[in-house]
Design a protein around this ligand. Structure first.
Ligand code: NOJ
Length: 744
C-alpha cells in the first residue's frame, strides 16, 4: 500500500499512522514503522547523497529521484531552499512506499545567509552567549530554507596552523573548546527540536582530525590514548552533555585505524562509555577512503567495516546502498546493527517532528522573511567587532581619529566583498550583502578623508600597483593596510607549509614603512589561521587580527578601528615566530631540561639555536584601548579536599581612558603527577565589562572534579598534591600561588 501525505491532510494522516508528536511515543513509533519496513528500506535510511545546490566534496553522480522514490535514501546534503526541498520531500512522502520523510543536511558552519566571523574568530570573542546567539540565528535562517541538520560544530582541537581547518574550530584549548562546542549545540538545537526553527547539530570530526601529521589535511594521526582522552575527546564529550543529536566520523586514521571504521572510538568510547544514542554519519566518502588508507580491500569490505564499527549513515559513498544487504546475507554484518542504525536515524526524524509534518521546515513565507533580518545583521556586526584581536598597538596607533585630514587604506582586501565572509560560508551572499572594510570606514570618514590604493593582489606577483600605494601613503596622516589570505587559503584541503602573509604583500608593507618612517601604520589582517608575523611586528605599529569577519565584517572592523568598540578578543591559538616551532601551544609539557630563565642560551637545554622557544603571540593574548590591572589575588584556602570547593578571586581595575571588556583567565598547574601534566591548563574564564576607573572582583570555584585527568591506566581521576594557580589576562605569566589537594 502506498501512503500518500498531502500537507492539508497531514494532521489526519499522521494520526492515522499513529504519529502522536509526543516525545514519549517516539521510540514505540519508530518500532511500529520499522515493523513495516523491508530490509532494503531500512538500509535506505542509512544512505545520504548530495543535491545540486552546493558541492562540498569530489563530484559523485547519483540518481537521487530514483533512490528517493524507491525508499533507498534517507538523507540529503547540499539541498535547501523551500522550492528545492519541497519537491524532494514530496517525492519521499508521496511517492515512496512508506512515505518516510527525508532529512536535509548542510554545512551551516558560521552562519547560513547572515555570515558571522569564521569559527576561530568567534572563539576569540570568548563570549559563549554570542556564539550561542550566532548559531541560533544560523538555525533560524537555515531551517527557513528546508534544512533540518547542520554539520557543525567542528570541535577538533588543533595546534597546527599549517592545517587549513584550524579556521573552523575553537582553537588549541581543551576547556575552552568544550565550552564553545556546548554553546554551538545549544544555539543550533535550541531547547526543543520539534520546533520548526531548531536543527540537529553534529559534532565533528570524530576524532583527532585536528592532529593531522605535518598539518596536511586528511593525514595520519598518531597519539597515545592518554593524549586522545585528555585533549582530543573532551570537546566531543561536552557536546553530548549539551545534547548533541549527531556525530560525524572523520577522514583521518588514528593509530593505524581509520576513524570511519574505528570500533574503539565509535563503539567502545562513544556508545559504551558515553552512552551516546544519536546517530553517526560518515564524512564525505570517508568509508570508501578506507580503501586507499589500506584498511579495506574494496567497497564491500569498507561497508562491512564502517557499519560494524558504528557509522550509521554513509555520506556519498554508496557502499551501504550497494553492499549491506549482501553483507547481511553472508553473515558479515549482523542485521541487528543495521536496524540499530536505521532506528537511530528515524528517531532523529521523529524528534524533528518530520513524521507529524514533513513540510514543517518548508514554508515560503518564513523563507522570504527570515534571511538577513536587521537584528541578525546587527549581531553579525557585534560578532565581527568582538572577535577581532588587537595583537599590537605601538604608539597608540589605534583607534584612528575621525578628524584625521586623511587616512590611506591600502591592500587587496580593503574593498573586498568576496573573501571577507571566509570559507564554509554556506549561502552567504558574497556580492550583494557583504560589507567591505572600505564601506565600513566610510561610516566614519568623509570621502575626502579617504585615500585608497589596492597595491597588489593576495597571491600574484605584479608590483605595478606599488607606486600608487606608496604615493598615497605619503600623503596620509595615518596608514591602514588591509591584507592577508584569500578565503580559499584556509578550510578543507587548504593546508600551507608557509604561514607568512602570502604573495608580495609583505614586500609592499616593507616599502610603505620605508617611505613613511615616522607615520603610524596599522595592519588589519584577514586570515584563517595563525600567521608568522615575525617581520611585520617590527614594520607596523598596530596589528588588528579580524580573521574573516563575515557579512558585517567591514562595519564591525570599522567600529574597532575608530574606537566605537573597544577591542576585547583574545587569541585561542598560539601565533608562532616561525613554522619550525609548530606544533606550539601554551599547555605543553615541560622537559627534563627546561631553559633556565637567567641563561636561556645555556648548553644542553631544550631550546632552539636559531629562535626562542616562546611564540610571537601567546594563547589568551589580546590588547584593549584601555588598560587593566590585576590585584589582590585571593584563595579561600590553601587546601582543597576531594569533597569541597575552593574559591579563587582577583580584582581587576580599568586603569585606562576607555570603557571595555577584559577576559580574565584561570589557570592551574598540577606540579607532580603519576603522568606528567601540562605546564598550564585553562580551567575557567570570565569576560567582564569595566567602565574606566571601575574595579570588579572576578571569582572562580575549583573543585577536585576540575583537576581530573586520565592517568597511564586510563583511569579518570585526580591525584593529591600541589597545584599552582593564577588568574591572568593571558597565558604569559609565572605562577606565584598554589594550594594543596588533600585527602579528606
Ligand atoms: C567534508 C568535510 O570534512 C565535512 O566537514 C563536511 O561536513 C562534509 N564534507 C559535507 O560537506
Amino acid at each position: 500500500m502506498r501512503l500518500t501525505l498531502k500537507s492539508n491532510l497531514l494532521l489526519g494522516i499522521s494520526c492515522l499512522l499513529g504519529y502522536t508528536g509526543l516525545a514519549q511515543d517516539y521510540e514505540a513509533q519508530v518500532e511500529a514503522l520499522m515493523a513495516k519496513m523491508t530490509l532494503e528500506e531500512k538500509i535506505g535510511q542509512t544512505v545520504m547523497y548530495s543535491g545540486e545546490w552546493d558541492q562540498t566534496g569530489p563530484y559523485v553522480g547519483t540518481d537521487n529521484m530514483k533512490y528517493i522514490r524507491e525508499g533507498h535514501m534517507g538523507a540529503m546534503l547540499n539541498a535547501f531552499t523551500v522550492e528545492g526541498t519541497r519537491d524532494l520531500q514530496k517525492a519521499a512522502v508521496e511517492e515512496s512506499r512508506l512515505g518516510i520523510p527525508l532529512l536535509f543536511g548542510y554545512d551551516v558552519i558560521h552562519g547560513h545567509r547572515t555570515i558571522f566571523p569564521i569559527n576561530l574568530g568567534l572563539a576569540a570573542s570568548w563570549d559563549l552567549k554570542l556564539i550561542e546567539d550566532t548559531s541560533r540565528i544560523a538555525a533560524e535562517e537555515a531551517s527557513a530554507e528546508g534544512i533540518h541538520w547542520t554539520f557543525a560544530p567542528m570541535v577538533d582541537i588543533s595546534r597546527d596552523p599549517r592545517w587549513g581547518r584550524i579556521s573552523e574550530g575553537p582553537g588549541e584549548d581543551v576547556f575552552l573548546g568544550s565550552e564553545i562546542g556546548k554553546a554551538y549545540v545549544k544555539g543550533f538545537q535550541g531547547d526543543d527540536l520539534s520546533k520548526f526553527n531548531t536543527i540537529l547539530a553534529c559534532a565533528k570530526h570524530f576524532v583527532a582530525y585536528g592532529a593531522a601529521q605535518a598539518g596536511r589535511d586528511y593525514h595520519t594521526t598518531n597519539m597515545s590514548e592518554g593524549e586522545l582522552r585528555n585533549v582530543y575527546l573532551p570537546p566531543f564529550k561536552a557536546t553530548i552533555d549539551a545534547g548533541v543529536e549527531t556525530f560525524m566520523s572523520a577522514f583521518n586514521e588514528l593509530n593505524g585505524v581509520p576513524t570511519s571504521g574505528n570500533k574503539f572510538t565509535l563503539r567502545d568510547i562513544l556508545q559504551d562509555e558515553w552512552g551516546y544514542n544519536g546517530f553517526v554519519v560518515s564524512d564525505y566518502t570517508s568509508i570508501n577512503e578506507m580503501i586507499p588508507h589500506g584498511y579495506a580491500a574494496d567497497g564491500k569490505d569498507a561497508a562491512r567495516i564502517g557499519m560494524n564499527a558504528g557509522v550509521d549513515m554513509d555520506m556519498m559513498g554508496s557502499v551501504y546502498r550497494l553492499y549491506l544487504k549482501e553483507l547481511i546475507e553472508e553473515g558479515k554484518v549482523d542485521q541487528a546493527i543495521v536496524e540499530d542504525a536505521c532506528r537511530r536515524i528515524l528517531l532523529a526524524k521523529f524528534k524533528l517532528g518530520l513524521f507529524e509534518d514533513p513540510y514543517r521546515y518548508i514554508d515560503q513565507d518564513r523563507e522570504d522573511t527570515t534571511k538577513y533580518k536587521p537584528e541578525f545583521l546587527a549581531k553579525a556586526r557585534e560578532a565581527a567587532a568582538s572577535s577581532s584581536v588587537l595583537l599590537q598597538n605601538k604608539n597608540s596607533a589605534l583607534p584612528l581619529s575621525k578628524n584625521a585630514k586623511s587616512v590611506a587604506f591600502i591592500g587587496p582586501l580593503v574593498k573586498d566583498h568576496y573573501d571577507i565572509i571566509g570559507n564554509w560560508a554556506a549561502k552567504g551572499d558574497r556580492k550583494g550583502k557583504a560589507v567591505s572594510v572600505f564601506e565600513g570606514i566610510s561610516e566614519y570618514l568623509k570621502a575626502d578623508q579617504i585615500l585608497y590604493a589596492k597595491g597588489c593582489e593576495i597571491l600574484k606577483d605584479d608590483e605595478s600597483g606599488f607606486e600608487e600605494a606608496i604615493e598615497i601613503s605619503k600623503q596620509a596622516d595615518a596608514i591602514v593596510l588591509v591584507m592577508g589570505e584569500g578565503h580559499h587559503m584556509s578550510g578543507e584541503a587548504a593546508s600551507r607549509t608557509n604561514i607568512r602573509i602570502p604573495g608580495i604583500q609583505p614586500k609592499l608593507i616593507k616599502k610603505i614603512r620605508e617611505a613613511n618612517p615616522d607615520k603610524n601604520i596599522t595592519l588589519v589582517l584577514m586570515n584563517g589561521r595563525p600567521l608568522n608575523l615575525s617581520n611585520e611586528v617590527d614594520l607596523v605599529d598596530a596589528i588588528l587580527e579580524i580573521w574573516f569577519p563575515g557579512t558585517m565584517g567591514g562595519a564591525g572592523t570599522a567600529d574597532v578601528l575608530f574606537g566605537a568598540y573597544n577591542p576585547s578578543g583574545k587569541l585561542t591559538v598560539t601565533f608562532p615566530r616561525n613554522v619550525g616551532q609548530v606544533p606550539i601551544y601554551y599547555n605543553m609539557k615541560n622537559t627534563g631540561r627546561p631553559i633556565p630563565e637567567t641563561n636561556p642560551k645555556e648548553d644542553y637545554k631544550s631550546n632552539y639555536i636559531d629562535a626562542p622557544n616562546s611564540p610571537l603571540f601567546v594563547f589568551g593574548h589580546g590588547l584593549s584601548y584601555t588598560s587593566f590591572e590585576y590585584s589582590d589575588f585571593k584563595l579561600s584556602s590553601d587546601k582543597l579536599t576531594f569533597n569541597e570547593a575552593l574559591k579563587a578571586s582577583v580584582t581587576i581595575t580599568n586603569t585606562g581612558d576607555m570603557d571595555g571588556y577584559e577576559i580574565a583567565q584561570l589557570y592551574v598547574h598540577d606540579v607532580v603527577g603519576s603522568v606528567t601534566r601540562p605546564v598550564k591548563e585553562l580551567k575557567g574564564f570570565e569576560k567582564v565589562f569595566l567602565k574606566k576607573g571601575e574595579s570588579k572582583t572576578v571569582s572562580f570555584t575549583i573543585s577536585a572534579e576540575d583537576l581530573k585527568f586520565y592517568n597511564s591506566e586510563m583511569i579518570y581521576g585526580v591525584e593529591p598534591g600541589t597545584f599552582e594557580i593564577a588568574i591572568e589576562p593571558s597565558s604569559d605569566f609565572k605562577f606565584t600561588n598554589s594550594f594543596e589537594l588533600v585527602n579528606d
